[in-house]
Design a protein around this ligand. Structure first.
Ligand SMILES: [Zn+2]
Length: 175
């Protein structure tokens, strides 16, 4: 059996594993790790519990935020929060605007399984009028060089929702 080939870029390791089933990754410190591929599959049964309305909303093209019910606090979250992270009071759902502005972003060259096919992809923090926090989402349909802080962005929803966060992404608002 031939020895696995060595690579210093993990992208090359992934490509070699696709061809040969194994490879050796040599990291920046010179440490070498044997990397292999094998099938792995589980059915994961997950409850969204108090976040359920958020994912049901995405399936209907609605972006829900959560608002603290305490009159003394009233913090407005651009994310699903069953309870206020500032004062601990229960929250109420409300519909966020579909348009916002880019607070910050990063371009990811690696990702978890759901995003591997999309790499490199952009992860963005979006600000909304009337919300005190930001939402972490993917930013699609643009190249890195045209992205800037403050860029107007608009929500897009999957027409085949799977009740996953991937049912939602943002694109530049070119209207
Ligand atoms: Zn609060």
């Amino acid at each position: 059996m031939p020895e696995p080939k060595k690579f210093s870029k993990f992208r090359d390791v992934q490509a070699e594993i696709g061809r040969a089933g194994s490879a050796i990754f040599r990291d920046a410190d010179g440490v070498e790790s044997l990397v292999i591929k094998f099938p792995y599959s589980i059915d994961y049964i997950h409850s969204y519990a108090e976040d359920s309305a958020f994912f049901l909303g995405l399936a209907h093209g609605k972006l829900l935020g959560s608002k603290c019910t305490s009159p003394k606090c009233g913090f407005v979250f651009a994310t699903p929060r069953g309870h206020c992270m500032v004062c601990g009071s229960p929250t109420d759902w409300f519909e966020l605007p579909k348009k916002g502005r880019l607070h910050s972003w990063t371009t990811c060259h690696f990702g978890s399984e759901a995003f591997l096919k999309e790499t490199p992809y952009n992860l963005a923090l979006v600000e909304f009028e009337g919300a005190d926090s930001v939402l972490l989402v993917r930013l699609k349909d643009c190249v890195e060089s045209e992205i800037y802080v403050g860029m107007p962005v608009v929500a897009r929803f999957s027409d085949k929702p799977k009740y996953l966060i991937t049912d939602l992404w943002f694109v530049p608002d070119r209207s």
